[in-house]
Design a protein. Structure first.
Length: 312
């Protein structure tokens, strides 16, 4: 990264990303999808991760304390988190909530409970009945390996790439405190699932590389998250192929959120990415994050080399 690019990124981080996130925090301590909207687990988790990476002033520390308190209060008795306060069942946001709290360094009990729930959260395609039903089909709609499964968006439904990537990133972040034995098995199966779901020629889409004989098209955001989750796995050829695809389409980036995750991914793998870093403030000027807390947090995380997106 050249000095000019680094200075511009630092200014954008301090002058745009952090003020947006601080001003968007609700009086209850959480964050909503957009400023003024009801607090929810996902945007609160991303905002806390961003403040953990960037906040060095007392003001940011106080905001983090309030946000962590809100997140702890949202945890369900079984250790999971719901998408919204008032919902009785946990879901994929558990990975993000536990990940965010793990960065605070003060909530080991809540993090361990969340990790245990994630370890045992089996999607629909991980059950024997789902597999038996697939076996009965004479002409399956997909060519994926039905013995592999990860994590789903909605409980008891199919595995998807992004929630699987989030769970893998969370488990990697807490290896220093130890993880459930079941989690080790889940990690191996989930990594295999991601490679099985890779599109021909590299990259990932939301779910399946082929459906009813038609080849799926990879997507920038999904590919970047999958590669971030797989950066320590052994299938280097597949990673290189997908990185090549990602680098070839980065000129199409037109949103700060997509640009941020692509930037982080390319940086993690040591690929040139300064052109994306320069583009993030440009696209911000065009749409102002679309007033999205998640987009602002992702930009902050991508522009801060010490953030959780870059941690080994």
């Amino acid at each position: 990264m050249d000095e000019t690019s680094s200075h511009e990124a630092g200014s954008f981080l301090q002058d745009d990303c952090l003020p947006f996130l601080c001003e968007a925090q609700n009086s209850d301590g959480g964050w909503g999808e957009r400023p003024g909207s009801k607090s929810a687990v996902e945007p609160t988790a991303w905002a806390l991760m961003a403040l953990a990476a960037c906040g060095q002033r007392e003001q940011e520390d106080m905001r983090r304390e309030r946000g962590c308190a809100w997140l702890r209060g949202a945890q369900l008795p079984d250790g999971s988190w719901p998408a919204w306060i008032g919902q009785k069942e946990g879901c994929w946001v558990t990975s993000l909530a536990a990940w965010a709290l793990s960065l605070s360094g003060k909530t080991g009990h809540e993090v361990r409970r969340g990790a245990a729930w994630i370890s045992h959260a089996v999607p629909g395609d991980g059950t024997w009945w789902w597999r038996f039903r697939q076996w009965l089909q004479k002409a399956p709609s997909t060519t994926q390996n039905q013995a592999l499964w990860g994590w789903s968006w909605t409980p008891r439904t199919s595995s998807w790439v992004e929630p699987t990537a989030y769970a893998l990133l969370f488990f990697r972040s807490i290896r220093h405190i130890g993880i459930h034995r079941m989690a080790e098995r889940r990690i191996r199966i989930a990594e295999a699932l991601l490679y099985d779901r890779m599109c021909p020629g590299g990259g990932w889409n939301c779910g399946n590389p082929r459906v009813y004989g038609s080849q799926g098209s990879p997507q920038i955001m999904t590919t970047a998250w999958a590669l971030l989750a797989l950066r320590h796995s052994g299938d280097e050829a597949s990673n290189r192929e997908s990185l090549a695809w990602l680098a070839s389409v980065c000129h199409e980036l037109n949103s700060p959120a997509t640009a941020a995750i692509a930037l982080a991914c390319l940086r993690v793998y040591g690929r040139p990415a300064s052109f994306i870093e320069k583009k993030i403030p440009e696209v911000f000027q065009a749409n102002q994050f679309l007033r999205s807390v998640r987009a602002a947090a992702w930009c902050a995380l991508a522009l801060q080399p010490g953030s959780c997106l870059y941690a080994d």
